[in-house]
Design a protein around this ligand. Sequence first.
Ligand code: TXA
Ligand code: MG
Length: 324
Amino acid sequence: MDTETLCPIRMADEPGAIASAADILHGGGLVVFPTETVYGLGAEATNDRAIARLFAAKGRPRFNPLIVHVADARETEQYAVFDHRARRLAERFWPGALTLVLPRAPNCSISRLASAGLATIAVRVPSHPIAAQLLGIAKRPIAAPSANPSGALSATHASDIARALRVKVDLILDGGPSRLGLESTIVGLTGTTPTLLRPGAIAREEIEAAIGMLADPETGTVSAPGQLASHYAPRAHLRLNAKKPAPDEAFLAFGSARAAGAVHYANLSESGDLVEAAANLFAMLHALDDSGAPTIAVAPIPETGLGEAINDRLRRAAAPRNAS
Ligand code: TXA
Ligand code: MG
C-alpha cells in the first residue's frame, strides 16, 4: 500500500463491504471495525506477521497484549481455559463489553505476539452486529486494540480515526457511532481471586453480583502484566546485544549475524526487517527456550520502528526474576 494514501472508509451496510474486510484480514491486512465499546484496529489473530504490522501501525513502544475478539463463547474455549467463574461471566455478559483474561489453552493457535508472550490471553465476544458479522464471515478470531495511535483517545466514530492510522490500515468499516463509547471491562481470572484489571463499560457491581468480590490489581503494580518488568520469563537466561554465541548458548540472530557453531539457532529476520522480526520474536524465543540451552544469546536489534518494542520485550525477558 502507498504509505501516503488514506485508506478507504466503507459503510458497513454497503453490499460486499464486510466480505471485503474479511478478505483483507485473511490476507494479513488491517481493518478498523466498529464494536459496541469503541472502534477496533483488527488483524487476523493467528497471523504473527499481521499482528506485527498492527503493532507497527499503532506505534506502541512496547508489545501490550491485545484483546482477541471471537464469534461466540464456544469458540473461545479453543483458545482459553475456562473455569466455572469464566463460564458464568460468559453466560451473563457475552456477547458484550466484558473481556476475560484467562490461561491460554494448550495448543492455542492465537499468535504469541498477540498475547505479548504471556501464558494468558484476553478474549471478548463483541455484541455489535457489524463486528459479529465480520467474525462470522471471516471465520477467524480478530485481535484488536482500540483504533487510536498509542497514547491517543479511543475512537467512537469512523470519522475520528486518526490520519496517522488511516495511512497504515487497509480499510475502515463505518458502522455508525459506538453505542457505549467506553472500552470493555477487563476481568482477570488467572489466579484464585478474580481481579478487575480495567474498569470499563460494565460496572464492577454487575460483575460482583455474578461471581463475588473483585480484587484490585495489587497496589503499586500496574494493571496489565504486559507492563511488568519481567512477566514472560523464559527458563533460559537471556544475554542481550551478543555479537556471537558462546559454545553452550543458543543464538537468536538478526540480519546477517551468523551463528558459527551454535547448535540451536534462529534468525528473527535475515533481511533485517523489524516487522518480520516482531512476528517471529515470541515463537523463536519459545523454540530456543525449549531447546534446553542454559542461555540464549540475542544479537543487537536496532532501536528504530518496532525495534523499540522488541528491545523493550527482550529487556523484560532478561530482567532478574522474582522468586514468587
Ligand atoms: O472495548 C475494548 O476492549 C476495545 C475494543 C476494540 O474491543 N479494545 C481495547 O483494546 O480497548 P486495548 O488494546 O486498547 O486495551 C486492551 C487492554 C490493555 O490494557 C492490555 O494490557 C490488556 O487489555 N490485556 C490484553 N491481554 C492481556 C493479558 N493477557 N493480561 C492482562 N491484560 C491484558
Ligand atoms: Mg486502548
